[in-house]
Ligand binder design. Structure first.
Ligand code: NAD
Length: 386
């Protein structure tokens, strides 16, 4: 029997929802490209429920306990006295979501002598030190594709929010004002703008496909060039490097994983090469951007706006400068944890656990590292960058 520690974000301050805004969520039959949705034997929840917080427990608690496992669910994750740190030494499996990451540093991994499996309920496993996991032969898996479209939708929303300057316009309406000139002095159409996509993986491509109908000029860079037919279909220009890409864009969207190569990439030097008045939307990872360089670029007007929903660390401190920097449209890390996304990654987490306990292989697309090396999606998206 295993001990499983789930680190999840706290319940709503008003209590667990007694009812929801909608009665159902639409059924999605397949992901783009034909990949199937999670296929657990059972769900343990009703799709559309809040699953990512402690009381939701990803719909896993009852099932795991009925199988005889020990389950700890907590949101208390920082510092040596936290529940997470106390429960870690004899945990076999750790599950957390990137929105409220259970940081598995090399020191914590060393302490966790029984740890064999780390599941990211969602996408993006940088909160686990992958080198340390490899050294110990720990399997790290995530629920690939589960919330890619959720994030792509949030990205498109934030591009429009920045370019049209929605936040200020809404504030004027809510506060009883009607000064149209105030409301539009920074408002533009997206149509005709050059949009550059940094990393055209599942999310990056979904952003390209959703933005194409806006009549923008699309370009991208990625470690792997996309097929020629795809580039033709979306009239995409490919650049060899992010340095080449950013000089030719009005809007940059960021969808690369956080690795040693991407950490701190959006720094003073790179931002200075963008056309004045560019916008950045980064729903990938906060640490891909240099925190203070972004603030400086907004204050000087080099950037016209910055949005995204990822911070470093998470939760971000109350005085994090991105909360108050000019012309930001930041959200807390919510894009991938809509109620719709939660249903998919909770089901995928259950599928991974069912396979693990049955001794069946985990789907290759869910794997990041396994048996001491990068595997599956990890081999494509993370390898050779640590
Ligand atoms: P993916 O694995 O499908 O795509 C990642 C792409 O990045 C791949 O095409 C890969 O070739 C490219 N890449 C990797 N390193 C690169 C580099 N150094 N330079 C250029 N390209 C590089 O992943 P995805 O599903 O599209 O997700 C991307 C990232 O988005 C995740 O790693 C995660 O950090 C983040 N994410 C955020 C949320 C959220 O809620 N905000 C949710 C899901 C994922």
């Amino acid at each position: 029997m295993a001990k499983i520690v789930l680190v999840l974000y706290p319940d709503p301050v008003s209590g667990f929802p007694p009812e929801y805004a909608r009665d159902t969520i639409p059924e999605v039959s397949a992901y783009p490209g034909g990949a199937t949705l999670p296929t657990p034997k059972d769900f343990g929840f009703t799709p559309g429920e809040l699953l990512g917080s402690v009381s939701g427990a990803l719909g896993l608690k009852e099932w795991l306990e009925s199988e005889g496992h020990t389950v700890v669910v907590t949101s208390d994750k920082e510092g040596p006295d936290s529940v997470f740190e106390r429960e870690l030494p004899d945990a076999d499996i750790v599950i957390s979501q990137p929105f409220w990451p259970a940081y598995l540093t090399p020191e914590r991994i060393e302490k966790a002598e029984n740890l064999r499996l780390v599941v990211t309920a969602g996408i993006g496993s940088d909160h686990t030190d992958l080198n340390a996991a490899n050294a110990r032969g720990i399997t790290v898996a995530e629920v690939t594709y589960s919330n890619s479209i959720s994030v792509a939708e949030h990205t498109v929303m934030q591009v429009l929010v920045l370019v049209r300057d929605f936040v200020k316009q809404h504030r004027i309406a809510a506060e009883g004002g009607w000064n149209i000139a105030d409301a539009v002095e920074r408002s533009y159409d997206l149509e005709g703008m050059r949009v550059g996509v940094f990393a055209a993986g599942r999310i990056g491509r979904a952003v390209i496909e959703r933005l194409a109908p806006f009549g923008v000029q699309l370009s991208y860079t990625d470690r792997f060039r996309l097929p020629a037919e795809y580039e033709e279909q979306y009239d995409l220009t490919y650049y060899e490097s992010i340095e080449d890409l950013v000089t030719e864009v009005d809007v940059l969207t960021v969808h690369a994983p956080l690795t040693a190569q991407t950490q701190g990439l959006l720094d003073d030097e790179l931002l200075a090469t963008m056309p004045r008045g560019s916008y950045i939307v980064n729903p990938a990872r906060g640490a891909i951007a240099d925190r203070d360089a972004v603030v400086r670029a907004l204050e000087s007007g080099q950037l016209a706006g910055y949005a995204g929903d990822v911070w470093d660390p998470q939760p971000a401190p109350v005085d994090h400068p991105w909360r108050s920097m000019p012309n930001n449209a930041m959200t807390t890390h919510t894009s991938g944890t809509s109620l719709s996304g939660q249903a998919r990654y909770a089901a995928g987490t259950r599928e991974i656990l069912e396979d693990w306990f049955a001794g069946n292989p985990i789907r290759p697309e869910y794997l990041i590292v396994e048996g001491g090396s990068y595997a599956g999606t990890g081999a494509h998206s993370y390898a050779e960058q640590s």
